[in-house]
Design a protein around this ligand. Structure first.
Ligand code: NAG
Ligand code: NAG
Ligand code: NAG
Ligand code: NAG
Length: 279
C-alpha cells in the first residue's frame, strides 16, 4: 500500500476502522470537476449542518472518520451548522482526493478534511476529518484565521513545480523527526519558512524566517503513524493525517507546502480527543 504506513500499534487498531485501509487504485485522470463538486458539497453540508447536500455524491458504503475514529456522521461535527470564515481546497488528481482546510471562529473549530473518491473517480468513498476545538493543542481559531489570512498560497508556476515524490518525501521526512535521528537532514529546509501549529506562529514576516527552531530534538519518541496523503503538485502541498503516538495518540493533520523544492509553510491541527493535549 503506497499511501499508508501501517505500523503495529496496540490499542489504536481497535479505534481506527478498516476504512483507513480502503485499497486505493492508483488511478489516473481523476475527474477534477467531481472532486470540486464533492468538496463544495461538503462545505455546504458543514455550513448547514446537514448531510443532504452530500447525499447524491456518497457511495453506498462511504465511511466517515473523525479524529481517526469511525464516527456516525449524524453525531459528528459535520452535523453542526458552522459559519465558515476560511476555506482552502487542494486537489490530488492521482489519488482522486481533496484536502480542505476550514476555520470557523464562531464554532469554534479548525477542520482538516480529506475526501477520497471511489473506483469510479466520482462518488465519495470516505470523508476523514481532524476536528480541533477549544482544548485542542494550541487552539485559538481566531488567531489561526489571522495568520492564515496573512499567507499567500498561489498555484506554483508550472516550470517550478516539484514532483509528487519530492513533495511527499519532504512531508514524510518532517514527520519522521520524532522517531529518526537522520530525518531532519532529509527535510528540504527553506528560507523564509513559517509554521502555523494550531494558533502558534513561528514567523515574524522576516525574509529569514526559519522552520528549524523548535523542531524535535528527541528522536527516540514514538512515531507518527497511520499516514494518509493528499498531494497537490499545483500547490506544492501535501496533507498528511496521522496518529501522534508520542502525544497521547492525538489525531493530527500536518500540511506542507514546498516552493522551488524548499519547505515554505507548515500548518498543523492536533486533537487529543477532548483532553487537553500535552507535549
Ligand atoms: C465499497 O464498495 C466498493 C465497491 O464495491 C469497494 O471497492 C470498497 O472496498 C468498499 N469500501 C468499503 C469501506 O467497504
Ligand atoms: C484568541 O486569540 C485572540 C486574538 O489573538 C484573542 O483576542 C483571544 O483572547 C484568544 N482567545 C482565547 C480563548 O485565548
Ligand atoms: C532575521 O532578520 C531580523 C530582521 O529582519 C533580525 O532581527 C533577526 O536577528 C534575523 N534572524 C536571524 C536568525 O538571522
Ligand atoms: C525521549 O523520548 C523518550 C520517549 O518518550 C523518553 O523515554 C526519553 O526520556 C526522551 N529523552 C530525552 C533526552 O528527553
Amino acid at each position: 500500500m503506497v499511501y499508508l504506513k501501517w505500523r503495529a500499534s496496540i490499542a489504536l487498531n481497535t479505534l481506527i476502522v478498516s476504512a483507513l485501509a480502503i485499497p486505493y487504485s492508483p488511478a489516473v485522470d481523476c475527474d477534477r470537476a467531481a472532486l470540486s463538486e464533492a468538496a463544495d458539497a461538503y462545505i455546504t453540508a458543514q455550513t448547514t449542518g446537514s448531510l443532504d447536500p452530500l447525499q447524491k455524491l456518497l457511495s453506498s458504503n462511504w465511511t466517515y472518520l473523525e479524529n481517526n475514529k469511525a464516527t456516525t456522521p449524524t453525531t459528528s461535527v459535520l452535523h453542526k451548522a458552522l459559519k465558515i470564515d476560511h476555506r482552502r481546497t487542494n486537489y490530488d488528481l492521482v489519488a482522486c482526493a481533496t484536502y480542505t482546510e476550514l476555520i470557523s471562529t464562531t464554532g469554534p473549530y479548525t477542520l482538516a478534511t480529506q475526501i477520497r473518491h471511489g473506483a469510479d473517480k466520482k462518488k465519495i468513498a470516505s470523508i476523514d476529518t481532524i476536528a480541533a476545538t477549544t482544548g485542542a493543542w494550541l487552539f485559538n481559531a481566531t488567531k489561526t484565521l489571522g495568520y492564515v489570512k496573512q499567507e499567500s498560497w498561489p498555484p506554483i508556476p508550472p516550470a517550478n513545480r516539484d514532483s509528487r515524490a519530492v513533495i511527499q518525501a519532504a512531508g514524510d521526512a518532517y514527520l519522521d523527526m520524532w522517531s529518526s535521528t537522520t530525518a531532519d537532514k532529509l527535510v528540504p529546509w527553506g528560507t523564509p519558512c513559517v509554521r502555523l501549529e494550531g494558533s502558534a506562529y513561528t514567523g515574524s514576516g522576516s525574509a529569514n524566517d526559519s522552520c528549524k527552531p523548535g523542531i524535535p530534538s528527541n528522536h527516540s519518541q514514538a512515531p507518527n503513524t497511520h499516514r494518509r496523503y493528499v498531494i497537490d503538485e499545483d500547490m506544492g502541498s501535501v496533507s498528511i493525517f496521522c496518529v501522534w503516538e508520542h502525544m497521547m495518540m492525538a489525531a493530527d493533520s500536518h500540511e506542507f507546502r514546498l516552493e522551488g523544492g524548499k519547505l515554505r509553510f507548515v500548518h498543523t491541527m492536533t486533537e487529543c480527543g477532548g483532553r487537553v493535549c500535552k507535549l
